[in-house]
Design a protein around this ligand. Structure first.
Ligand code: HXC
Length: 267
């Protein structure tokens, strides 16, 4: 069998200035998958605002992103569970950049727990971060995204395609995110706003992977494309979905998992 192909640098496929003059608003952009999406989008000329709860971590990430790309990146400390805090972050984006073109709803929380011992507060916490947080972000950004005829990408998952043990809270939340995106696509399509979902599979070096995958898990045999995902695999999909090449794509869920969800074993 030949060795699995790595994801290429997106600039081998898309113009380095394809997002020049555009502004990206990203929740969960401090680290992991969303950090990589922001980094890659900035390498194509976008300016960004990254939103999350860890003010110091956000500041460090924003500095690093700006230095690497030469674009502008600002941090906004907000808990997506609080609509007023999200609105303040949007106001900061408007004051700084005067516009928002692209939104990534990526803030998420997770842990493994069986329904039998999952407290109501634990279930509510994850639904409030993942689903309600997405709703708050959409509500707060929509006027600006309508004005720019922009686009949303929501970060979901594949775990709710089957009954995955110990993931009731996240499965319920992510199924809701998929549904919310579809409704947004239909309602806002006539105004030129697009909304799509990316559903990542197992992505190496992320908090989700560390928390959810058994130690020593090997992708061979479980992933048809033969390797673990990288954050760049998700970033490349986001670049495509935000780019003019996806102008007639809305209301979709793009699964980026090397084919893993088709053969996932229940264990
Ligand atoms: C059972 C737990 C728990 C655990 C928290 N809780 N961790 N229950 N098992 N391991 C319960 C608490 O006991 C409490 O309920 C309630 O959840 C709220 O917990 P807090 O710690 O007070 O909440 P908070 O500080 O807001 O923390 C949120 C969090 C936390 C989600 C619970 O884990 C977090 O912020 N994590 C960092 C982000 C993260 O996990 N990222 C990974 C995303 S991966 P009680 O009843 O006791 O008061 C991802 C990928 C999905 O989303 C797809 C993968 C393929």
């Amino acid at each position: 069998m030949s060795s699995p192909a790595p994801s290429p640098d997106s600039r081998a496929t898309f113009r380095p200035d394809v997002f020049k003059g555009k502004v990206l608003f990203c929740t969960g952009g401090r680290s992991g998958i969303c950090y990589s999406i922001v980094e890659t989008m900035m390498s194509h000329g976008v300016d960004a605002i990254i939103v999350g709860r860890d003010a110091k971590g956000l500041e460090e990430s924003a500095d690093r992103l700006a230095k690497k790309s030469g674009q502008k990146c600002i941090p906004a400390s907000a808990d997506v569970r609080d609509p007023d805090q999200v609105k303040k972050a949007v106001d900061l984006a408007q004051k700084t950049f005067g516009r928002i073109d692209f939104v990534i709803c990526g803030a998420a929380g997770n842990f493994l727990a069986p329904i039998s011992s999952l407290s109501e507060r634990a279930f509510r916490t994850v639904v409030e971060i993942d689903l309600l947080g997405t709703y708050h972000t959409i509500k707060a950004t929509l006027p600006l995204v309508r004005a720019s005829k922009g686009a949303y990408v929501h970060i979901s998952a594949t775990l709710h395609y089957r009954g995955l043990p110990y993931q009731a809270h996240v499965s319920a939340a992510k199924a809701g995110v998929d549904a919310l995106s579809g409704v947004l696509a239909v309602e806002e399509g006539p105004r030129g706003v697009r909304s799509n979902v990316i559903a990542p599979g197992p992505i190496g070096g992320t908090v989700g992977m560390d928390k959810l995958t058994p130690k020593g898990w090997k992708p061979e045999g479980d992933v048809p494309l033969g390797r673990m995902g990288e954050t760049l695999d998700i970033a490349n999909a986001a670049v495509f979905l935000f780019s003019p090449a996806a102008a007639w794509i809305t209301g979709t869920v793009t699964v980026v998992d090397g084919g893993e969800h088709h053969i996932r074993q229940m264990s």
